[in-house]
Each structure stands twice: as structure tokens, then as C-alpha cells.
Ligand binder design. Structure first.
Ligand code: RB5
Length: 148
């Protein structure tokens, strides 16, 4: 499975360890930057990763900023993207199972690296729940997106 990853300067410190962690689990990782701690803007990398998922270059995306929130707000502007900013194991699991999130957003200022690596594992080990009520809600979002 291919995973696109991106961060801003605040998330950069977590990007390489997450990348190595994913590679050690057998995932192919496409790094969309940033490549240093020099100040930059999170939307640049949110859009790169989100477009990679939209265009099916990657199946999923991982984004890291200070909180994960800015990244999720930007990534969700790209059609077909369901980006979730999470800060707990429960949310990591629920957003994959219930929301079929395709971009995981995490924060370097809200969680330790150990916690974040755990969230990443939970997210990628959780299946998308195909129960009718979850699928229906996701379809409602897609239909809104198509017709707005
Ligand atoms: C950068 O200072 C910070 O605002 C950004 O990484 C992120 O937390 C935004 O949501």
C-alpha cells in the first residue's frame, strides 16, 4: 500500500520517524515535504498529500502540523478527501471505521511521538466498517460534494 506523507515546519520533527515506522511495516511512503524546520505554510503540504490521494497516486495520506487541525481543514477542501485530525487512540480507530477517513492528521504539539506512532498503527490496522449506516453517511457527504 502507498501512503503519501507531508508536514509543515512544526510537524517536520515527526515526519521522518513516522515515515520510517510505516516503511518498517512494509508500506511504501511518498514524501511530499517539507524537508526542513524552516517556517512554511501547512496548506501547501495538505494540498500535495490530498491531491496524491485524490489522484490515486497513494491510497492514504498522513499529515503532521502542530495540532493536525490546520492540515485537516486544508486537506478537506480537496474533493474526495476525508481528513481527520485526531488526538486519541479511540478517534484514530473510529475515524477509519466509521468515517472511512483517507487522510490521517496528527499534531507534534498535541501528542508525543510515541502516541502518534500508536495512532498511526491503529489507523492502518483498522478496517473501514461497511455497516449500512456508516456507508450511507459517507455517501451523503459525497453527494453534497458532487452537487454543491
Ligand atoms: C504552525 O506554527 C502551526 O500553526 C501549524 O503547524 C498548525 O498547528 C496549524 O494548524
Amino acid at each position: 500500500m502507498k501512503i503519501a506523507i507531508g508536514s509543515d515546519h512544526a510537524g517536520f520533527i515527526y515526519k521522518q520517524p513516522i515515515k520510517m515506522h510505516l516503511k518498517s511495516k512494509g508500506y511504501e511512503v511518498i514524501d511530499k515535504g517539507t524537508l526542513s524546520e524552516e517556517k512554511t505554510d501547512y496548506p501547501i503540504y495538505a494540498f500535495k498529500v490530498a491531491k496524491s490521494v485524490r489522484d490515486k497516486e497513494a491510497e492514504y495520506g498522513v499529515l503532521i502540523c502542530g495540532t493536525g487541525i490546520g492540515m485537516s481543514i486544508a486537506a478537506n477542501k480537496v474533493k474526495g478527501i476525508r481528513a481527520a485530525a485526531i488526538q486519541s487512540s479511540f478517534a484514530a480507530e473510529a475515524t477509519k471505521a466509521h468515517n472511512h477517513a483517507n487522510v490521517l492528521c496528527v499534531g507534534s504539539r498535541t501528542n508525543t511521538l510515541e502516541e502518534v506512532l500508536h495512532f498511526v498503527d491503529i489507523f492502518f490496522e483498522t478496517e473501514e466498517d461497511q455497516m449500512e449506516r456508516h456507508v450511507k453517511r459517507i455517501q451523503e457527504i459525497s453527494e453534497y460534494e458532487e452537487n454543491r
